[in-house]
Design a protein around this ligand. Structure first.
Ligand code: TRP
Length: 83
């Protein structure tokens, strides 16, 4: 079986397509909250992993996101101002 299973070892690659993209880590467990926010400027790349502490990642702003499930682009709001 070469089907991919979700794993805490999975990496996600995020490349910012504008200044001020936020990569936000959300906690694993019963309490789901932000625990980390990383700001990327245009062209910057973050390689992030799902861990014991991180079960979800939120990307805010325009970015290219590469995962083992495929690639996706997040979009900016029209009036995106948090740069
Ligand atoms: N200390 C966090 C952790 O080990 C760091 C982290 C991992 C993180 N993956 C992330 C922060 C994704 C933001 C987004 O879980």
């Amino acid at each position: 079986m070469d089907e991919k299973k979700p794993s805490v070892n999975d990496y996600v690659v995020i490349k910012a397509k504008q200044d001020g993209v936020n990569v936000i880590g959300l906690t694993r467990g019963t309490d789901t909250r932000f625990h980390h926010s990383e700001k990327l400027d245009k062209g910057e790349v973050m390689i992030a992993q799902f861990t014991e502490h991180t079960s979800a990642i939120k990307v805010r702003g325009e970015a290219l996101i590469k995962t083992s499930y495929g690639d996706i682009e997040s979009e900016a709001r029209n009036n995106h101002t948090d740069k």
